[in-house]
Each structure stands twice: as C-alpha cells, then as structure tokens.
Design a protein around this ligand. Sequence first.
Ligand code: PRP
Length: 173
Amino acid sequence: MEVLFAAEEIAARVGELGRQISADYRGRELVLIGVLNGAFILLADLARTLTIPVRIDFIRVASYGNAACSSGQVSLRKDVELDLHGRHLLLVEDIVDSGRTLACLREHFQQRGAASLAVCALIDKRERREVDLVVDYPGFQVESGFLVGYGLDYAEDHRQYPAVYRIREESLQ
Ligand code: PRP
C-alpha cells in the first residue's frame, strides 16, 4: 500500500471545506447526512470544523445492479430519522465513484421534501463515473486506483486508518 493522502493533508483539506461550507450556508441551518458506513470519519471531522448550526443524521443503503435509479437498484437499509421538509441537506460521502448511489439518494431526498441538497465527498473519483453529477465539496479528485483508509474499506478492513492509501493491484483478490 502507498500513502496517497497523509492524515495532515486530509485534516487541512477538511478544514478548508468546513470554512467554505460555513461561509456558503451562513444564516441557514444545515442537516449533515452521513452515508454509512464509509462516511463516519469524514462526517465526524467535518462537523467539528463548521461554525454554523447543524443537525446530524445517517442513512444506509446497499447498492446492486446497474440502473441509475427509480428502479429499486439501491435499497434503503436505514433512513434518516429527522424531518427533512424544507431543510438544507449536505450529504457526506467517503467516495463518489460511479455516482449511482448519489443519484438515487438525490431522488430520495427530493421526495422527502428537502429545500436543497449538496454533496461533500472526501474522494471524487472520475474513472468509472456513469451519472453526470457534481460533487459540490470534493476533498480530493482522484482518477483511478483502489483506495482504503479514512472510512474507505477493502472487504470491511482498513477503514480506521488516519490516512488514505492506494492498494497495489497485485494485492487485490
Ligand atoms: C461506497 C461509498 C458510496 C458508494 C459510492 O459505499 O461509501 O456510498 O460506494 O459508489 P458509487 O458512486 O459507485 O455508487 P459501499 O456500498 O461500499 O458501502 P460502505 O460505505 O459501507 O463501504
């Protein structure tokens, strides 16, 4: 494994994102929604950099199949429990890859009456993007590779690392 983003670099970038988000949402209240499991570390760190009022909740989905949504291709395992009607939402993800999860979640939160929805992801990975969408607050843009750490897993391992690593292809089974 090689270090792609060191812990200090991530902390600095998360601080920048927090300042930008706090400025963009000044005077409004934000609901941070972490997409489990991968987002738990970014959400915890990002939330502590914000200087605006926030509420925090989580959602858990499992994705399968190839459709971009509306078709049951993403199944909801745990929904957000807060009332989202008229709220400004910031979805927090560890990684956006194909974009399918995000496309489905966007639809889901529109149906729940959100006033607005933006996305913050530690890694905005373009290599396999299938849905044309924008990550409003990207931590880092990465072209390719299998990444672990800072919430990202390989078969549920390595999420707890404070840095992001790229796994060498020969190590992937
Ligand atoms: C990962 C990640 C995103 C999704 C991104 O979740 O956390 O939710 O995949 O992929 P996409 O852009 O191709 O849809 P995963 O299903 O691996 O669950 P995890 O967060 O528990 O690791």
